[in-house]
Design a protein around this ligand. Structure first.
Ligand code: UDP
Ligand code: MG
Length: 344
């Protein structure tokens, strides 16, 4: 397949899956993904599994699969880095012309690769899964997710489609742009949208988790939401001036009222209202400071320029896809190649 990209890949497809404590569902995942991708691409695809510091036996299971199936690339991160950075590590290692990203819990059906591929063949660079139904997720999760996408939409200039996850099929040129983005706080679905080219939604029904439980408790969901807002919008920084104006107008009105009462020969009583006002003003000022602090802290962390992720080990079968006849040679940077541990 001839696709527009700057550097051709050395295989047709890379499937990228971050894995965190997914031991229970891993066999089913690998079986379904290799069946689905194999039916279309035969041996000309790779399955990149990134172990994000799992505490269960996920890494051992991945290694066993990688030893048996030369199409599997196993990447072990030095510790848990979080979903978005694990995915970033995987995207940094892909060799395919097309990149298919999905979750390890089989919530995103791997069998949709075929229909999504049709859209790429029509000329789209990004085909992103958009959930029309979510099975097995609580009303609370659905509600908060919906509210979050609405709020985000009202604050950012980049169009970030709602009800999307990281489930998507992308061309290599999109992933190359993603890999060129140095930022630490990565809200990948937003970054993909920001890249542009032709993107299209692919409606699908999200399945329930195959095994295990969600690794996204409320705390992590809020952190992701804050990452999303701060990386795509500076609107919250303007709250301070808006609030300042509202309180200023309120103060002037109150002054007018006090003056009016004084002209009538009276005085306005009430230390209680005064105390309440001081507390409200104090809280507003602290809140605004907190928002500023959020942005400042992110600038500080970005300023350190630490690597986004640390790889402990990469296992690739010696019969590498690089040797594929007709495939372009040497698209993996030499320094990356040196860091590879190839298991026999
Ligand atoms: N994940 C990860 N690192 C983490 C948390 C999650 O790599 O710290 C992976 C996880 O294995 C899965 C994907 O990210 O493949 C999405 O996680 P999960 O299914 O728990 O999130 P949910 O679907 O509940 O939002
Ligand atoms: Mg999930």
């Amino acid at each position: 397949m001839q696709l527009p990209h700057t550097f051709p890949g050395t295989c047709d497809l890379s499937v990228v899956i971050p894995v965190y404590n997914e031991e229970a569902g891993l066999d089913a995942l690998i079986a379904r993904v290799t069946a689905s991708a194999g039916a279309i691409f035969g041996d000309r695809f790779e399955l990149v599994l990134i172990n994000d510091g799992s505490k269960d036996g996920s890494w051992d299971a991945i290694c066993q699969h990688a030893a048996r199936d030369p199409r599997i690339v196993a990447i072990n991160l030095s510790r848990n880095h979080g979903h978005q950075l694990a995915l970033t590590a995987g995207l940094n290692h892909v060799r395919g012309d097309l990149i298919f990203v999905l979750d390890a819990d089989l919530q995103d059906p791997p069998e949709l690769l075929g229909p999504m591929l049709e859209r790429v063949r029509e000329g789209y660079d990004v085909v992103y899964g958009q959930r029309i139904k979510r099975h097995g997720e609580t009303a609370f999760k659905r509600g908060t997710a919906a509210a979050f996408y609405r709020m985000l939409g009202s604050m950012v200039d980049t169009y970030i489609p709602r009800d999307t996850g990281d489930f998507r099929l992308m061309t290599r040129r999109v992933v190359e742009q993603l890999n060129a983005m140095p930022e630490r706080y990565r809200f990948i679905r937003g970054l993909v949208s920001w890249v542009g080219f032709n993107q299209i939604a692919f409606p699908y029904e999200r399945d329930a988790r195959f095994a295990g439980e969600t690794n996204y408790p409320l705390r992590k969901m809020i952190a992701l939401a804050v990452d999303a807002v701060t990386s795509f919008s500076t609107v919250p920084l303007r709250f301070a001036s808006h609030l300042g104006m509202v309180f200023g107008v309120g103060g002037i009105l109150a002054l007018g009222w006090i003056g009016w009462v004084w002209l009538q020969g009276g005085t306005v009583e009430g230390w209680a209202s005064l105390a309440a006002l001081i507390l409200i003003m104090g809280s507003v000022q602290l809140l605004v400071l907190g928002v500023f602090g959020e942005y400042l802290g992110r600038m500080y962390m970005e300023g350190k320029r630490r690597p986004l992720f640390i790889i402990a080990e990469v296992r690739r079968h010696p019969v590498s896809l690089d040797a594929k006849p007709g495939g372009a040679e040497g698209t993996i940077e030499p320094e990356l190649r040196e860091g590879l541990h190839v298991a026999g």
